[in-house]
Design a protein around this ligand. Sequence first.
Ligand SMILES: N[C@@H](CCC(=O)N[C@@H](CS)C(=O)NCC(=O)O)C(=O)O
Length: 207
Amino acid sequence: MINLYAYPRSRSTRVVWMLEELRVDYTFTKIDLMKGGGQTEEFKKIHPDGKVPAIDDDGFVLTESAAILNYLGEKYATSGLVPYAGTPERARYDEWSYFVLTELEQPLWTVGKHTFVLPEGKRVPEILEVAHWEFLKACDVLEKKLTDKVFAMGDTFTAIDILIAHTLRWANAFKVPSESERLDSYREKMSARPAFERVVRRELAAS
Ligand SMILES: N[C@@H](CCC(=O)N[C@@H](CS)C(=O)NCC(=O)O)C(=O)O
């Protein structure tokens, strides 16, 4: 049985979403980041940095949201949520994955960190303008990459859509709009999936 260490509406939402798409059983252990739950000695044995998400799959512990999506996709390979390793489709999937983590999420997270995440004394307000500009540049690239596509990989929903849609939902929550109707409509379409409705319920129950 998979145990997920999570905090609602954080990057662990990506893993909840993946597990709900896969419809596998899992337990949800809330790590209350707001109350120092990540910094306990007990949790640091799971994640030395005290962060979520982390999973424990029958003794195999894994951290990093994108790595967990890949692990789960390969474990439940027939789901098609992660293309088989060694194929052009997988190379394209990896290309998407790195783009989301390094180009799209990174400037958005910089905005988040310097707005509400870091302790006030560590925030550098001057960085916000350039980080916002970089995020919009990445959104522009994303919009072009998604042109004429229902899903990032084409006609099939994959774990990349989880990564992108979650990041766009974060942008909305951080009040950093993508300024793109196409991206807004893509985000809403992904969020209307039945699996995502189950994510919302599961996270609400843990809130
Ligand atoms: N690159 C990691 C980032 C994990 C991360 O920073 N998680 C945040 C929540 S979204 C966290 O646990 N923060 C608590 C802390 O920094 O102490 C991933 O994608 O899993």
